[in-house]
Design a protein around this ligand. Structure first.
Ligand code: GLA
Length: 365
């Protein structure tokens, strides 16, 4: 990839920055409720090779798309370049110096598959716009990327994706308390492989349904007199009914499952990790109602394979990917089962990505 980017740019001394995608092991739809999440940055990444200088950004993708704009005057275009412009906007608003560059962008992350290709693009852009050595902490960079997505692109995501892409730790998942912003790495057992499986189903309704879930949670918290569902306990949910009850119950129980999963990983109790992942998926399917028949099928197929520790949908849902925790020697059996059963059950083609947990965004050279 590096040689390809440098050749396309035609500058042997180019700087190179990278930013990874993520899977979330558990803690879904909890980040915007001030709760806990456990994502990992993964070895599917976005790279930019660039030559810094001036006030213009000229960025070409290896696939041939192109954008160019001046840092002093740019407008939303309704396309992928808005993520780059949005980060330029939020860095500038935060008083951070930004520079133009001429660059080439390449990625191994599937676009729009629910593995945070947009967060990776934001983080890579943030590093390129700050000339490969941002004068800010990785957590602040994550916040500025999130603000770009919330306020410039107009997607009301939480912090998880940008946090994972920015602060990833090789070989580990990351436990983040989305209220205090305290976080720590949680090493993954070396005998275990992360596998992301793309269901190949469209996420068409994702944005409106995502925003609806956020509003339902806010209404449930308000009805309980709380600032966020983070402070709710199972006993407190009694007065809630219907949709608000189901959403709140998911959030309260999911937060508890994140902490149980971390404790189980640290105690090398993988059976409990698997049970928490299964319960999380069932809750996202039945209470939060963000799964899909395709995601359910992938989880069911994985559950029938010896050596699969846990499987669940990952990210916002409504299509996209599952995350699977698999004993390394069982990855082949999982691939075989999905190949054998998935298309027949759903009419869709899955793409299987065995990945490793990697470090967060940064400059390679
Ligand atoms: C998307 C958002 C995240 C998070 C997840 C659901 O990935 O970008 O902030 O809310 O959905 O857990």
């Amino acid at each position: 990839m590096i040689e390809q980017l440098v050749a396309a740019l035609g500058a042997a001394d180019a700087r190179i920055v990278r930013a990874p995608g993520r899977v979330n092991l558990i803690g879904e739809h909890t980040d915007y409720n001030d709760g806990f999440v456990l994502p990992a940055a993964i070895s599917l990444e976005t790279w930019i090779a660039f030559v810094p200088g001036g006030r213009d950004v000229e960025l070409t993708t290896l696939a041939g798309a192109q954008t160019s704009f001046s840092l002093d005057a740019f407008q939303r275009g309704g396309d992928w370049a808005d993520y780059v412009k949005g980060v330029a906007w939020s860095l500038t608003r935060a008083g951070m110096p930004v520079r133009g560059f001429r660059g080439v962008l390449g990625s191994t992350l599937p676009i729009g598959a629910g593995l945070s290709s947009s967060a990776a693009l934001e983080l890579a852009a943030g590093w390129a716009l700050t000339d490969g050595s941002p004068p800010i902490e990785p957590m602040q960079m994550a916040h500025l990327a999130q603000r770009a997505e919330n306020e410039y692109v107009g997607v009301r995501c939480g912090l998880m994706d940008q946090f994972a892409s920015s602060l990833g730790v090789a070989g580990s998942a990351l436990l983040l308390d989305c209220r205090s912003l305290e976080w720590r790495s949680v090493p993954l057992p070396p005998e275990v492989q992360l596998v992301a499986i793309d269901s190949g189903s469209s996420r068409r309704l994702e944005s409106s349904a995502y925003n609806a879930r956020r509003s339902e949670c806010a209404r449930a918290a308000a009805a309980l007199g709380l600032a966020s569902l983070r402070d709710a306990t199972p006993e407190m949910l009694e007065p809630l009914q219907g949709v608000e009850r189901r959403r709140a119950q998911h959030v309260v129980e999911e937060n508890a499952r994140v902490l149980s999963t971390v404790a189980a990983l640290e105690a090398e109790d993988l059976a409990t990790v698997g049970r928490c992942m299964a319960a999380s998926h069932a809750s996202l399917r039945d209470l939060y109602e963000v799964s899909s028949p395709a995601l359910d099928a992938l989880v069911e197929i994985a559950a029938g394979v010896d050596g699969v520790i846990g499987a669940r949908m990952t990210g916002a849902g409504f299509g996209g990917c599952t995350v699977n925790l698999v004993r390394r020697e069982a990855v082949g059996a999982l691939v075989a089962a999905v190949t054998r059963e998935y298309e027949g059950r759903t009419g869709l083609q899955a793409t299987i990505h065995p990945v490793e947990a990697v470090d967060g965004a940064g400059r390679i050279r």
